[in-house]
Design a protein around this ligand. Structure first.
Ligand code: IPM
Ligand code: MG
Length: 357
């Protein structure tokens, strides 16, 4: 088994270093190969996703990814910005199924901005389609407006589109995930306005009727879903939605838990090859200070063991170790509260490694 390790920018290097220590403590004989990605790769090779990095990622069974991005690249042309690395990896590897769990850890209930009773026990899984929609739809660009009230004016446009097979395959992923959890899927759309999402709703309904009558399916407009997520988040089990809505709702859901520093994610293709990364970003404001929370990356490594490397028991060990560490009261600053012990990135890694043993 070969793992591509792509730490990226900002806090990426620090948090991936801790996840690597945890992986190495498992005693497995995986092969690891490191490469630059994002801003780091732009600096070293002139491109956020250099050929060598892409080749490594394609050959690997799994990719452990840190984070990319830094304000200092905001003025670069779009094709050279760090974010293009992650979009390029998703597209080139066909990583269409993005799993973003939003779990509220018992010990961290107080860290949420919502009332404890609303989020205690929260366990939502957002299944976001990751390689289609307005993110990748062609055509896109700038032009002189061809018609309408502003004909002749400069305009920019993107294209929202989904094909039947794209919707079908993500629907299958969501229904199958639901069967292993609360057996309910909420499909989020904007069928009241958008042709693309009326089609989405129709296809999800067909897949459900043909294969998953045992799973409860509900449909919800995206604006209502945004509202329900803060009003009664525990009513959700699996949420399946398109790339754009999933981007927004998954940030909202992760923040509900009060612990964005705790949330892992997985992006899989149809060969079980996957990219595993924390749900949070590169946090350049705290980079290099040794205070970043490595737990989301450590938990992403656990997802990697479970989904791509066929080592579910090792994933269980890591998740149990993280729970033990939280129960012992150790907290990085992002999840610290009165009465707990504040520690840095490395000490948190030490504690997980110790708990594994
Ligand atoms: C995410 C991020 C990315 C996205 C960016 C960095 C391209 O926000 O993974 O949610 O929009 O998908
Ligand atoms: Mg996002």
């Amino acid at each position: 088994m070969k793992i591509a390790v792509l730490p990226g920018d900002g806090i990426g290097k620090e948090i991936v270093a801790q996840a690597m220590r945890v992986l190495q403590a498992l005693g497995e004989s995986f092969e690891y190969e490191w490469a630059d990605v994002g801003g780091a790769a732009y600096e070293s090779a002139g491109h956020p996703l250099p050929e060598a990095t892409l080749k490594l990622a394609k050959e690997a069974d799994a990719i452990l990814f840190g984070a990319v991005g830094d304000w200092k690249y905001d003025t670069l042309e779009r094709a050279l910005r760090p974010e293009q690395a992650i979009l390029g990896l998703r597209k080139n590897l066909g990583l269409f199924a993005n799993f973003r769990p939003a779990i509220c850890y018992e010990e961290l209930v107080g860290a949420s901005s919502l009332k404890p009773e609303l989020i205690a026990g929260l366990d939502i899984l957002i299944v976001r389609e990751l390689t289609g929609d307005i993110y990748f739809g062609q055509p896109r660009g700038r032009r002189s407006s061809p018609d309408g009230a502003f004909a002749g004016a400069e305009e920019a446009f993107d294209t929202m589109r989904y094909s039947r097979p794209e919707i079908e395959r993500i629907a299958h992923v969501a229904f199958q995930a639901a069967r292993k959890r609360g057996n309910k899927v909420t499909s989020v759309d904007k069928a009241n306005v958008l042709e693309t999402f009326q089609f989405w709703k129709d296809v999800v309904t067909e897949v459900h009727a043909a294969h998953y009558a045992d799973v409860t399916l509900e449909h919800m407009y995206v604006d209502n879903a945004a509202m329900q997520l803060v009003k009664a988040p525990k009513k959700f089990d699996v949420v399946v939605t398109g790339n754009m809505f999933g981007d927004i709702l998954s940030d909202e859901a992760s923040m509900l838990t009060g612990s964005i520093g705790m949330l892992p994610s997985a992006s899989l293709n149809d060969r079980k090859q996957g990219l595993y990364e924390p749900s949070h970003g590169s946090a350049p404001d705290i980079a290099g200070k040794g205070v970043a929370n490595p737990l989301a990356t450590i938990l992403s490594a656990a997802m990697m063991l479970r989904f791509s490397l066929d080592r579910a028991e090792q994933a269980d060990r890591i998740e149990a170790a993280v729970k033990m560490v939280l129960a012992s009261g150790l907290r990085t600053p992002d999840i610290w509260s009165e009465g707990t012990t504040k520690v840095g990135t490395e000490a948190m890694g030490d504690a997980v490694v110790a708990a594994l043993a």
